[in-house]
Design a protein around this ligand. Sequence first.
Ligand SMILES: [Zn+2]
Length: 75
Amino acid sequence: MLCSACSARRDWLLINRGRHVWIVCRCGHQWLEPEIRRADFDALVGAPDWTHHDSVQEGLVALGFDGAFAGLYLG
Ligand SMILES: [Zn+2]
């Protein structure tokens, strides 16, 4: 996996919505990642390089992804 906009391979925010996992890159690009299943998501957020947040908004703010994309994940 890598960001199609800036080619970053990490430092993403992963957002689990139901059965789907969205990735938000620090460059602002976001995409649905169908290859990540829930089990993979759990493994990723449990890895040392990833931080788990209890809510999407909390994660967005904490990681500096505040504001611009938050509305996409409501509801
Ligand atoms: Zn990017």
